[in-house]
Write a protein that binds this ligand. Sequence first.
Ligand code: A2P
Length: 276
Amino acid sequence: MKAERLPRLELRDGNTIPAIGYGLFQVPSDDAQRLIEEALAAGYRHIDGAAAYGNEGAVGKALAACGIDRDEIFVTTKLWNADQGYDSALRAFDSSRELLGLDEIDLYLIHFPAPERGLFTETWTAFERLHAEGGARSIGVSNFIEPYLQELLASANEVPAVHQIEVHPTYQQRALQELSRDHGMVVEAYSPLGRSADLSAPAVVEAAARHGRTPAQVIVRWHVQHGTVPLPKSVNPERIVANLAVDDFVLTEAEMSAIDALEAGNRTGEDIPHFN
Ligand code: A2P
């Protein structure tokens, strides 16, 4: 998919976000700069990082080295649990900005609700300030399962523009997606391939064979057709390229339904209430 053909979705705050991002979770920091540069060369214009991934510095170096206009690239980073709280969130944001070498970050997310800390509503107030001041062009949350999302919304002045959650064929969190969309959030999907476990599901493999595509391309396409923003990650340059090349085939309704039917409660990520 060429960069100019990569569609963008509109966010509730008027900004737009490229429909597919390159995910950096578990991308080793020693390799991250090279891999991000590969991803940008392949046409990705959306990089999903986090303070906790330890590769913000590598993102900054790749952005500086790639020769692409800053405003063409959508950069996300996330606030780590230990930095929740009003003042500490503001400080953590500045440290992320410095590592990324950016004055403005496209999307800043609260990484986890970390409910035992009891700080996410206060943290959100700091995020609203960062947005009002312009340092964070858009703000959002990640991993806010329903009770925490409701609690945040009850006290927020501004509704998050984005909700990033684990979504893949065997773990779809449909009710949480619907709740998020009902409030106007764009849903981003992390571990969009189920950390590769979903690639061998028969409905995926069969659709891949019918379209002459890889199973990963079929799953990325399934996300795009559902309007979720997948953040596939790979450390393999050929797969990085292939995972973006999904704009020239369309899954049929029957293929979409067959993949929808793979829901199996296979959460691969953290147990949110107990992750603090
Ligand atoms: P690799 O980095 O060796 O390509 P998720 O994005 O759901 O977390 O999944 C990431 C996992 O899926 C990684 O183990 C990655 O391995 C693998 N993966 C990513 N893209 C592909 C692909 N196109 N084909 C096969 N495996 C892939």
